[in-house]
Design a binder for this molecule. Structure first.
Ligand code: NAP
Ligand code: GDD
Length: 345
């Protein structure tokens, strides 16, 4: 039986990957950190007494920045594969807490690959890199050869971690792959990322629990895919004969405005945009018009340019092609949040 360690198992990607690996027959270990409340809601369905795979799922307390416990856990488990999906993942917040962002996304990655270098048996590592390493790129779409030019603390930290993984692969022959992933979303997305804020906002407004949705830059565009499809690519990367970096992207973009329109339309709600520099869009609705207000506090000191990925390499080499994108994703998420909240009622 293969053994995997997921660092960041309680996060969006970690939870889908845990499901995927359990289904594939792995013993799955996950690192969780201590919080004042339990932070395992995304994996509870895998852990409960009746869960099908619970005898192959093991959780360990630890923290990315507690290198001693990380080393001890890795030595004890001796995993075949490690998926490094942990760290402060919010770009906007990285301007407010830059040091912890760089510690967790930069230095901790270095700490981890140093531990792996010292282990007795070879380990394969997936490192969660990001399209934010490109920031303001010289070319569009971006691929594995595009130079890094991050424009926020999060992107800088990810660039540092990504390059060190390359250096350790070249210098010490470690089996390390960077997944240079573009935005991927799901009903398990954190509530302060824009897609989930929109889908939850739409569901709450539909149910009469909220009246207005406040957003920042509506004209920003993202290359949005569906998280469960992306964890499949992570696994494929570690099954390949040789380690390399891959761009994981859909190749298309959608604006925040269009994502919101699609999500609200799924619940048969129309939108009117109000605020700084926005057009008004009036539409027929069954409950009257909903207001999206543009609020200055959600704008960032600097915004990445339109990032769009060229995923030809992973398509040709590993046969990975994402299917769910932009407005289809918005509809899927709005429907899921509506069903979730309606069931609670
Ligand atoms: P997420 O939902 O924010 O999950 C982050 C995970 O990291 C959580 O399990 C969190 O634990 C854990 N974590 C944070 N700080 C930690 C620390 N100091 N020690 C141990 N664990 C810690 O992020 P995600 O969307 O799943 O993304 C996974 C990774 O891919 C992240 O590194 C992210 O930066 C990167 N990435 C994501 C995307 C995307 O679009 N989703 C795109 C490119 C790259 P708690 O549950 O305790 O907070
Ligand atoms: N969070 C947020 N909240 N973003 C908003 C809002 C709002 O109210 N209004 C507009 N936006 C815009 C942001 O300015 C940004 O341009 C875009 O929506 C997406 O923001 P996020 O959903 O916070 O995601 P992100 O693109 O900054 O970062 C995500 O994707 C990266 C990959 O490109 C995260 O998952 C990162 O961890 C990941 O690396």
């Amino acid at each position: 039986m293969k053994t995997a360690l997921i660092i960041g198992i309680s996060g969006q990607d970690g939870s889908y990957l845990a499901e995927y690996l359990l289904e594939a027959g792995y013993a799955v270990h996950g690192l969780v950190r201590r919080a004042s409340m339990f932070n395992r809601s995304r994996i509870d369905h895998l852990r409960l007494a009746t869960a099908e795979h619970q005898d192959r799922l093991f959780l360990h307390y630890g923290d990315l920045v507690d290198v001693t416990s990380l080393r001890r856990t890795l030595k004890k488990i001796a995993p075949h594969e490690v998926y490094h999906l942990a760290g402060q993942s919010h770009v906007g917040l990285s301007f407010e807490i830059p040091e912890v962002t760089c510690q967790e996304n930069g230095m901790a990655t270095l700490g981890l690959i140093e531990i792996l270098r010292d282990l007795d048996s070879p380990v394969r590592l997936y490192n969660a890199s990001s399209s934010e390493i490109f920031g303001a790129p010289p070319a569009s779409p971006q691929n594995e050869e595009t130079s890094m030019n991050p424009v926020n603390p999060y992107g800088c930290a990810k660039a540092f971690g990504t390059q060190l993984c390359r250096v350790y692969r070249q210098s010490y022959g470690l089996f390390v792959c960077n997944g240079i992933a573009y935005n991927h979303e799901s009903p398990r997305r954190g509530e302060n990322f824009v897609t989930r804020k929109i889908s939850l906002g739409a569901a709450r407004i539909k149910l009469g629990q909220q009246t207005v949705l406040e957003l920042g830059n509506l004209d920003a565009r993202r290359d949005w895919g569906y998280a469960p499809e992306y964890v499949n690519a992570m696994w494929l990367m570690l099954q390949a004969e040789t380690p390399r970096d891959y761009v994981l992207a859909t190749g298309g973009t959608c604006s925040i405005r269009d994502f919101a329109i699609a999500a609200f339309d799924e619940l048969r709600l129309g939108l009117r945009f109000e605020g700084r520099g926005v057009d008004e869009i009036g539409r027929r609705t069954d409950t009257g018009e909903v207001v999206v207000r543009v609020a200055a506090r959600y704008f960032r000191p600097a915004e990445s340019l339109e990032l769009v990925g060229d995923a030809s390499l992973v398509r040709q080499t590993l046969g990975w092609t994402p299917k769910i994108t932009g407005s289809g994703l918005a509809r899927l998420m709005a429907k899921a949040d509506f069903e979730l909240l309606a069931a609670d009622l």
